[in-house]
Design a protein around this ligand. Structure first.
Ligand SMILES: O=C(O)c1cc(C(=O)O)c2c(n1)C(=O)C(=O)c1cc(C(=O)O)[nH]c1-2
Length: 242
């Protein structure tokens, strides 16, 4: 198999399994979520946001090539930012505030669904423990993220009062951050997956990652949409409000 057909395979995995197809996203972007369902999503998605720079730090700790570390380290900067201006994490907390949640509550990680936490922890462990090829390939869901971010900005602005350029600044900023990350990651995977076995490994990593994303939304759906069974210890509507 050549580079082009590996890229075609990777894109087909996204087309079949990326979480833009999850019914929770259709509901969110289409304006059908209740305010508490939006809050549940903001609280749980914090777990993912908080895990991203940790998995990138785990990645850097395994990376012996300074040139590659130089490429990768901006991912941590994107999310953590500097003391004064902050980064993606601080922008996420603006969204939390806009939907009426206390940003300190959200940042504490309290109330996160167990399945969400298990999924994001699995992602950190995967990047820490698997061969570098799979660690890089698992980030390639970002190939598909800009289009969901665009749809989200458009859908939230159309349907929800809390949405404005400030509260949605997280997503707007990702539109320029993600493409540079994924251009490097994709080129690296296409270069290093130089045998059929390695191509399969790259595809398995991307499939794993689509599961990490899908499982988080399934957990939200089960707890806060249908059947609405909130696990012990998870966020109850009314908690953590401003
Ligand atoms: O809103 C989304 O649907 C979405 C998806 C993903 C993704 O595909 O993993 C990321 C993001 N957002 C995101 O904002 C982000 O910073 C990010 C980093 C990564 C990664 O795996 O390194 N994925 C994603």
């Amino acid at each position: 198999m050549n580079r082009e057909s590996l890229e075609t395979r990777l894109r087909a995995i996204g087309a079949a399994r990326y979480h833009d197809k999850h019914p929770f996203h259709h509901r969110l972007h289409g304006g059908a979520c209740t305010p508490d369902q939006v809050r549940a999503w903001v609280i749980n998605r914090w777990a993912y946001q908080a895990a991203i720079p940790m998995k990138d730090a785990a990645f850097l700790s395994r990376c012996s090539d300074p040139a590659m570390r130089r490429e990768w380290r901006s991912r941590i900067e994107d999310h953590d930012g500097g003391v004064d201006e902050g980064g993606g994490l601080r922008r996420w907390l603006k969204l939390a505030e806009a939907v009426g949640l206390d940003p300190d509550y959200v940042a504490s990680g309290q109330g996160i669904l167990p399945a969400t936490q298990f999924a994001v922890d699995a992602y950190i462990r995967y990047v820490r423990d698997m061969p570098l090829l799979q660690a890089v390939a698992s980030s390639l869901t970002e190939l598909f993220a800009p289009s969901i971010h665009e749809r989200r900005i458009e859908g939230l602005l159309e349907h929800y009062d809390f949405a404005n350029p400030d509260s949605l600044s997280y997503f707007r900023k990702r539109l320029s951050e993600a493409p540079k990350d994924v251009a490097f990651g994709l080129a690296w995977v296409l270069e290093h997956a130089d045998s059929p076995e390695k191509e399969d490994m790259a595809c398995a990593a991307l499939t794993f990652k689509t599961d990490v994303l899908w499982a988080q939304l399934d957990a939200i759906w089960g707890a806060y949409v249908e059947p609405g069974r909130i696990p012990p210890g998870a966020w109850q509507p009314g908690e953590g409000m401003l």
